[in-house]
Ligand binder design. Structure first.
Ligand code: AP5
Length: 192
């Protein structure tokens, strides 16, 4: 299965992608993780991305698409993948369809995790305390949420309009949300 996971910062994409990876036996590809690895390795790309990420903005479409294409062509996605953090705007959504079309691996479904803003802020504040991720500061979180509303929310409509969207309530225990996702992926039993 080729699954695209959508949702605001803190909605649980990374948390659920880890579970889905085990369940579906496919790689979890996170553009946030790929970028953080480049920052950590202090590559040229990582240096360019660092400042943007810490402010809560989006890294350039060109950089992220190049990185994603490299990752998708490493040869381990024959059984599918869980893509987390991409696409984040309509240009990326179109670029992804084109890339996956070229690779003969079109996305099967996009799963949108729905969580209200107040809870997103509470979760990210909790992670800021526990892990100290640079972009979990209150100012960066505000910016990330605004970027989500302005640039990423239209991507949800993109998948809805192309008949590939499943919306899942992302409020509740991690396992509870996971069970909801799995139920969405299960084929509907035929009646009669
Ligand atoms: P990215 O790493 O993708 O961050 P994000 O989308 O902001 O998402 P988060 O990792 O904050 O949240 P999540 O939805 O994965 O939730 P999580 O499971 O971690 O991107 C970071 C940055 O990289 C971007 O801002 C941008 O600069 C750049 N970037 C990445 N992709 C890009 C792209 N395509 N184009 C351009 N730039 C890009 O959970 C959050 C917290 O909540 C955790 O502490 C978790 O334990 C907790 N939690 C999760 N689920 C639950 C639950 N059910 N109950 C209670 N707690 C929960």
């Amino acid at each position: 299965m080729r699954l695209v996971l959508l949702g605001a910062p803190g909605s649980g994409k990374g948390t659920q992608a880890t579970r889905l990876r085990e369940h579906l036996q496919v790689p979890h590809i996170s553009t946030g993780d790929l970028l953080r690895a480049a920052v950590k390795a202090d590559t040229e790309l990582g240096r360019q991305a660092k400042v943007v990420m810490e402010s809560g903005g989006l890294v350039s479409d060109e950089i992220v698409l190049g990185m994603l294409e490299e990752r998708l062509t490493t040869g381990d996605t024959g059984n599918g993948f869980v893509l987390d953090g991409y696409p984040r705007n309509l240009a990326q959504a179109n670029a992804l369809d084109a890339l996956l079309g070229r690779l003969g691996q079109p996305a099967d479904i996009a799963v949108q995790l729905d969580v209200d803003t107040e809870l997103l802020i509470t979760r990210l504040a909790g992670r800021a305390q526990a892990e100290g991720r640079a972009d979990d500061s209150p100012a960066a979180v505000r910016h990330r949420l605004q970027v989500y509303t302005d640039a990423t929310a239209p991507v949800v409509e993109f998948y809805r309009n192309t008949g590939r969207l499943a919306c899942v309530d992302g409020v509740g225990g991690m396992d509870e949300v996971f069970q909801r996702i799995i139920a969405t992926l299960a084929p509907t039993p035929e009646i009669g």
